[in-house]
Design a protein around this ligand. Structure first.
Ligand SMILES: Cc1ncc(COP(=O)(O)O)c(C=O)c1O
Length: 487
């Protein structure tokens, strides 16, 4: 290699080493406080000059990832992730009509542009999903059960093996699911929409979390319903006291919520609150539509129970799907609809007809084989690490007054910025800088949370994502009152 070549390749070599080391740090393989391999060792193992290695280390120092300690070498810097969590906010006392859909669609579209870092959609990256196994299983199921391609009537014909698997997974609950209350759907979205239509009429009021997953608000909007936002704590979820007050006068028809790892807060409702909510709503005739899509993506020791587990009267409709944990392309979910099962099944028949019979068999066999439980053990670990890496990056790059949640499951992070920042107003600039997010106001029917945003953590935390968060932090920093970046 001639001298010119060596010179022209230097930037690439140091940048690549910096990127590899950064990946090890952000993935948690090199932990805060841990010593990096020595300069000499890195140089010899990577066949690089000492000065190239030093250049890479300087770059990591500049990014705040490592620090040099005299006579000792280079160490991973402790990450300042200990930021305060946002507080639950006071919400309007009156229900309001919803009008978020157009803005949500615009954000979701622009977040998918090539070259924009994927921080919008709350999805697991494909490389974390068991796609090869599912691909083989589809082939094998179609070969072994060719008649499945012939079936599919609009009268619900559910796969008994799948129903058995869904029921079996709940046998430990105090109130397990029963086979005859289940309706298999094409997604969790479909399950939620069927339930909303089954128990409400246009003009009714539905209680929702605040902030609420924007899809919930879109469902209310398109069904002509009003939203009553209930204060929601980032740790323990929807306030039972506030729901109690809001449902005293009989004006609330239904309650729509995500008690396990809520979207966007990642909050986890304690069992005692779930028990109280089930009792209170049953007594007051408020139907509960519960979204448990993140129930299997918990970060704690045990799978949290849903509110449905405490339901003694069939008043709770439990909705979920396998979009987050297996693949959104499978198009399979379910609702355990309790005493609303007949209305929900009718809605299903008249809106989307049958659910793919091949996929039902694939899912039944995948669950039965034990592969799902093994896969979930790994996926939970990945997501927990990714959320932690995202928190560390936000702490590193966002203004000092930033607060953020400590998600107890799921794959999103909710960030509260200084009050002066308007994340909707900044959105186009962020897209121009190659970063997408979901502006906070889309999680509220009454336009709250303009200084908040949601980040998707479903992707492995690569240097490219770290850099996208850095660019977003720099953009926000231009508008924040203090830009010193310290915590
Ligand atoms: C809380 C919640 N419910 C439902 C969905 C949609 O699930 P599906 O893709 O099965 O319709 C999402 C997707 O982001 C979600 O976050």
């Amino acid at each position: 290699m001639n001298a010119e070549n060596t010179v022209s390749q230097q930037p690439l070599l140091y940048a690549r080493l910096a990127e590899d080391l950064q990946s090890l740090i952000t993935a948690g393989n090199l932990r805060p406080g841990e010593r990096l391999p020595s300069v000499r060792r890195l140089a010899s193992e990577r066949h690089l000059s000492i000065s190239t290695v030093l250049q890479a280390l300087r770059q990591l120092e500049d990014r705040g990832l490592i620090e040099a300690r005299p006579q000792s070498g280079y160490f991973v810097r402790p990450t300042p992730t200990r930021r305060a969590q946002p507080d639950a906010r006071t919400t309007p006392e009156e229900p309001v009509p919803v009008d978020v859909s157009q803005r949500v669609m615009r954000v979701l579209q622009s977040g998918r542009q090539p070259g924009v870092a994927p921080l919008t959609y709350a999805h697991s990256a494909p490389e974390l999903l068991p796609l090869a196994t599912l691909q083989r299983l589809y082939g094998s199921v179609v070969r072994r059960h060719p008649r499945l391609l012939e079936t599919g009537t609009h009268i619900q014909e559910h796969n008994p093996a799948l129903i058995r698997q869904l029921v079996r997974r709940t046998v430990g609950w105090s109130g397990p699911l029963t086979a005859n209350e289940l309706v298999i759907t094409n997604s969790c979205t479909e399950a939620l929409a069927l339930c909303v239509r089954a128990v409400t009429r246009p003009g009714d009021t539905v209680a929702v979390e605040s902030p609420a997953y924007y899809l919930m608000l879109q469902l209310l909007e398109t069904a002509g319903l009003k939203a009553l936002e209930i204060p929601t704590d980032p740790r323990s979820g929807l306030s039972i006291e506030a729901l109690d007050l809001a449902t005293r006068d009989g004006r609330v028809t239904a309650c729509l919520l995500v008690p396990n790892a809520s979207n966007p807060l990642g909050s986890m409702m304690p069992d005692e609150n779930k028990r109280r909510l089930a009792k209170l709503t049953a007594e007051r005739g408020v139907a509960v539509i519960e979204d448990d899509i993140f129930g299997d993506l918990y970060f704690g020791e045990e799978r949290p129970w849903p509110i449905k587990a405490f339901d003694k009267t069939g008043n709770v409709m439990l909705c979920a799907s396998y979009s987050k944990c297996l693949s959104p392309a499978l198009g399979i979910g379910f609702v355990a609809a309790g005493r609303y099962r007949a209305q929900v099944a009718l809605q299903k028949t008249i809106t989307s007809g049958p659910t793919n019979a091949v996929t039902q068999q694939v899912l039944a066999e995948y669950l039965e084989s034990g592969a799902y439980d093994r896969h979930m053990r790994t996926l939970r670990r990945h997501h927990q690490r990714q959320v932690e890496a995202m928190r560390a990056a936000v702490a590193r790059y966002f203004p000092a007054a930033t607060r953020m949640t400590v998600p107890q499951g799921g794959l999103v992070l909710w960030v509260e910025l200084p009050a002066e920042i308007d994340t909707s107003a900044l959105y186009d600039q962020a897209i121009a800088a190659g970063v997408a997010y979901v502006p906070g106001e889309l999680f509220s029917a009454s336009g709250m949370y303009r200084n908040c945003l949601r980040l998707n953590c479903g992707n492995p935390f690569t240097p490219a994502i770290d850099d996208a968060v850095r660019r977003l932090g720099a953009l926000i920093g231009q508008y924040a009152p203090s830009r010193d970046g310290t915590s």
